[in-house]
Design a protein around this ligand. Structure first.
Ligand SMILES: Cc1cn([C@H]2C[C@H](O)[C@@H](COP(=O)(O)OP(=O)(O)OP(=O)(O)O)O2)c(=O)[nH]c1=O
Length: 193
């Protein structure tokens, strides 16, 4: 009997990616204080935050399979999360312009008797951007609910010169790896006839 999955996330992108590969799930939004995680290492950070999100939802769903994740942008020893305002978004985009950064997503999957935590990294190169382009971009809604202040799947696509790694990892969930890991929890895509 396949297990039922709970996605511990409020991100519409993560929902869409699970739906795209026909993994059945229900949603439970995590409620955590990310500022408890205090590390400058992006890999440790996404692992710890994903774990906190998953543990938060586990309290009410101990016997189910829970998936949680966290995405950050890492550039030049700095971690970029969601920008809090226009000024921060502008600074983030200006630093990413014309250079290569890395996007890390940490994923935790757990059930009552097994748990796994892993991290995927994707390198992204941006074209050089003019001040006008940056000012215009941050005046749209695109940057504000996204790590690093851009959406590769939306308007931010126009800045991306090339990527190395899983595209979906940048969008917030390395879905092909997730599908493989979920097999260990007896969670599978729903096959239609
Ligand atoms: C770099 C990048 C990030 N993002 C998103 C993915 C994540 O939703 C978000 C990073 O914030 P997260 O804290 O990882 O996730 P979230 O707060 O949106 O959702 P959750 O409830 O699961 O905690 O940035 C994009 O959508 N496109 C991009 O190109």
């Amino acid at each position: 009997m396949p297990n039922k999955l709970i996605l511990a996330s409020s991100s519409p992108r993560r929902r869409e990616l699970l739906s795209q590969v026909k993994i059945p799930y229900s949603i439970q939004k995590p409620n955590i204080d990310e500022s408890q995680v205090n590390t400058s290492d992006p890999v440790k950070k996404v692992k710890q935050v994903a774990t906190l999100k998953g543990q938060n939802v586990t309290i009410e769903h101990e016997n189910e399979v829970i998936l949680s994740s966290d995405t950050v942008v890492s550039f030049n020893q700095h971690i970029f999360e969601k920008p809090k305002d226009k000024e921060e978004a502008s600074k983030m985009i200006a630093s990413l312009s014309g250079d290569v950064h890395e996007v890390f997503t940490g994923v935790m999957i757990r059930s009552a008797d097994y748990e796994t935590v892993f991290v995927e990294g994707t390198k992204v190169e941006f074209w050089p951007m003019s001040k006008e382009e940056i000012d215009w971009y941050i005046s749209t809604n695109d940057p504000y609910d996204k790590a690093g202040a851009y959406g590769i799947q939306s308007l931010g696509a126009m800045f991306v010169k090339q990527i190395v790694g899983d595209y979906n990892n940048v969008v917030g969930l390395p879905i092909s790896r997730v599908v493989r890991e979920l097999r260990n929890f007896s969670v599978y895509p729903e096959m239609e006839n």
